[in-house]
Design a protein around this ligand. Sequence first.
Ligand SMILES: Nc1ncnc2c1ncn2[C@@H]1O[C@H](COP(=O)(O)OP(=O)(O)OP(=O)(O)O)[C@@H](O)[C@H]1O
Length: 239
Amino acid sequence: MLSIDGLTKTYRERTVLSEVSFRAEPGRVTGFLGPNAAGKSSTLRILLGLDRPTAGVALVGGRPYRSLPEPLRVVGSMLDGSGAHRSRTARGHLRWLARSHGISGRRVTEVLERAGLADTGRLRAGRFSLGMRQRLGLAAALLGEPDVLVLDEPANGLDPEGVRWLRCLVRDHAAAGGTVLLSSHAMSEVAAVADDLVVIAAGRVMAAGPLARVTAGFATLEDAFFALTGAGSGIGGVR
Ligand SMILES: Nc1ncnc2c1ncn2[C@@H]1O[C@H](COP(=O)(O)OP(=O)(O)OP(=O)(O)O)[C@@H](O)[C@H]1O
């Protein structure tokens, strides 16, 4: 379970998150939607201990990320692709991560297979396609067999087969009782995969709840998104 309460983030006099509160529940996929600069990555960065809030709390399984003794075993995350050094192979990168977190080599082989990267051999991450980098980032997120997955734009650069693979992966994770929080700009993908939605615009939560409830009265998720966010008028932010 992920819980975010009253999260506010201010850079100098500029407020980019304002009293953001929502939950992502076990056994469910929560889609996190918002236009460019709405505050999605800022929220996820705070949740993952990469940034500090000005006010409010973000908890993973009831604890701040930074207080988790073995974070990789609790929450797997992917922000900004794989994070692999360009000179490392997929296996080399995952082995390095596994070693530094006390995870077995067998698990590396499992996640390479799960991510469809078992045949990438000696190819170095610097030569990976965007889709391969995304798959490597997802493989790393799965490494510690975490209950919680936090994925920022995971479908970016994936081909149709990759998008289908990702959909199965997150649905399977939730079906096994895991929690998935997934940000995306791809409305059709979110509509296909999410149980719950959090819609954010200009640093504020505009709607949160089950997909059917948030989209009630609209023909499509895209229609609901535009109505809720006022998107289409350029890049926004709270001042
Ligand atoms: N270190 C920083 N200093 C100042 N402003 C920042 C900083 N990091 C983010 N911001 C601002 O916070 C706002 C929210 O950015 P954020 O990256 O969270 O949006 P997002 O919803 O993830 O957008 P996108 O969909 O484009 O990735 C933006 O206006 C951005 O310029």
